[in-house]
Design a protein around this ligand. Structure first.
Ligand SMILES: *Cc1c(COP(=O)(O)O)cnc(C)c1O
Length: 367
């Protein structure tokens, strides 16, 4: 094989168990499998999650939900985003659980639902994206309750800076939390059952135990990356994805000869260069050019020159044991992980793993 991603399912299971132990076994975990499970493969991740008793998943598009149903997933699937009206019939036939921000969506679902449809609602407490304003939460809950085909089964919000260690951001999360609790109280006081309450993303799982409610929705944490330090005892998690390739050519380069587009790297001495068939079209960021170390045979070798669409080069030095067809680790495993690669390229691990292209086969270890 040319370039492949190893998805370490046993690590994913370990991460689920670490989060379960942290939050307490009486609370539920919704596993976000949107964007093909952050690039790890939604169906495999969902099936593996079932082994630990997970009974809720979430997706971003109706199509993603339908694919899980076709793959045999029978558990609840929350639809995080707002679908287009034309997608509502498929949402209903795929038995996805919509999350309602406004009365229009409630009405559209109520009109098209054939039997009782479980829905959740969302309150915007400061993310500024989906959700109704907190002061309209009661009106929305009432409206949903008045729709004969809809059943309010859950109420949620989403945090903007729960993964930040800075004190203003910590205060902002607490402000979001108190707005959410106030809105929940007005709903309950009016005699409406808000259903299962959920708010916490990965940052809030690590830093804000008071946001855990009935269910948490950590994504990046389950895939093995901490985007913040936690309060208290460190959570033991491991990065799930490893990207590997092979050395397809070794060549000698003379001092002062250059490599790749733009000639950004020049040999300071006679050296050996390995060509690796992985590039930015595979999802290995071009911004990593000249800034990243790959690992071959347990030793680190720096990238030399720009990452191209389908290949990159590494400097093996004046003498090296590396042989043609040896395996090379790009990230994860014995190399630094996607989080470190994100730091070097000015992004977040979410973007690294979800950008690993479809042409890169995923190889699953036993979970
Ligand atoms: C993606 C998403 C999550 C998970 O976020 P992480 O930062 O990966 O934990 C939780 N809730 C909603 C609404 C999301 O869109």
């Amino acid at each position: 094989m040319r370039t492949w991603a190893i998805v370490h399912l046993e690590r994913f299971l370990g991460n689920i168990n670490a989060v379960k132990t942290r939050i307490g076994h009486e609370k539920r975990i919704c596993v976000p499998v949107k964007a093909d499970a952050y690039g790890h493969g939604a169906l495999e991740i969902a099936k593996t999650s079932l082994k630990t008793g997970i009974s809720c998943f979430s997706v971003a598009t109706v199509r993603e939900g339908t694919e899980l149903r076709k793959g045999g997933i029978k558990e609840q699937i929350l639809l995080f985003s707002q679908p287009h009206p034309e997608e509502i019939p498929e949402l209903i036939s795929s038995d996805l659980t919509p999350i309602i921000s406004d009365e229009w969506y409630a009405d559209a679902l109520n009109k098209q639902a054939k039997s009782k449809l479980s829905v959740h609602m969302k309150i915007d407490t400061g993310m500024g994206r989906f959700g109704c304003p907190a002061e309209e939460a009661l009106a929305l809950a009432r409206h949903i309750s008045s729709c004969p085909k809809l059943e309010l089964k859950g109420t949620s919000t989403h945090f903007a800076v729960s993964d930040s260690e800075n004190s203003a951001d910590t205060a902002y999360t607490q402000h979001q939390l108190s707005g959410f609790k106030d809105a929940l109280n007005t709903i309950k006081s009016a005699g409406i059952d808000p259903g299962i309450i959920h708010a916490a993303n990965s940052g809030a799982v690590l830093r804000h135990p008071d946001t855990w409610f009935d269910m948490v929705r950590p994504g990046i944490l389950l895939y093995g990356y901490k985007t913040t330090e936690e309060n208290g005892e460190p959570l033991m998690i491991q990065s799930v994805m490893e990207l590997r390739t092979i050395v397809v050519l070794i060549k000698k380069l003379k001092k002062s000869e250059s490599i790749s587009y733009g000639r950004t790297w020049t040999a300071s001495q006679d050296t050996f260069i390995a060509v690796l068939p992985v590039g930015y079209a595979d999802g290995f960021p071009r911004l990593a050019s000249n800034k990243w170390q790959t690992v071959i045979g347990g030793k680190s070798y720096p990238l030399a020159g720009r990452v191209c669409m389908d290949q990159c080069c590494v400097d093996l030095g004046t003498e090296s044991e590396v042989k043609r067809w040896d395996e090379a680790v790009i990230f994860g495993g014995t190399a630094a992980d996607a989080s470190a690669l994100a730091a070097v390229t000015g992004t977040i691990p979410y973007e690294i793993t979800s950008n690993i292209n479809k042409r890169v086969p995923r190889i699953y270890t036993n979970g």
